[in-house]
Design a protein around this ligand. Structure first.
Ligand SMILES: [Fe+2]
Ligand SMILES: [Fe+2]
Length: 129
């Protein structure tokens, strides 16, 4: 799974964030081959970076007067909660399964969320730039 220009939201910094999220998700299988500590480490980076990206994106939407911020914020919260649940569920006897679940969930979600929800703010942020 890689980021491509089709997924551009028209703001370089946010495109970079999305690229970085894709790269972190793609580290999960390799981490899973190494062991539970490696998976825990990638998950911690993902949790932090997801929170950082959402805060930046929400700030930009707010400043641009994007009218559907509450809905978008709700969608972000749902994702962050799901990632936190998976992180809390991680144990030495299930890390391989959790890493794979997380990769499947996040790769599907990232593309879906960017194409459906992030694309909605494109015209607003393009004007605000
Ligand atoms: Fe978003
Ligand atoms: Fe985003």
């Amino acid at each position: 799974m890689t980021w491509s220009d089709d997924l551009s939201v028209g703001v370089d910094s946010l495109d970079q964030h999305h690229r970085h999220l894709f790269a972190l998700v793609e580290e999960l299988p390799r981490a899973s081959d190494i062991g539970v500590e490696a998976v825990t480490g990638v998950l911690a980076q993902l949790t932090d970076y997801v929170a950082y990206h959402f805060a930046e994106e929400e700030g930009m939407m707010e400043r641009s007067g994007f009218p559907f911020l509450d809905l978008h914020r709700h969608s972000h919260q749902t994702i962050a909660l799901r990632v936190a649940e998976m992180a809390a569920n991680l144990r030495p006897d299930n890390f391989g399964v959790v890493a794979e679940e997380l990769r499947t969930f996040l790769s599907g979600w990232l593309i879906h969320h960017i194409e459906i929800e992030d694309f909605e703010y494109r015209p607003y942020l393009a004007v605000a730039k």
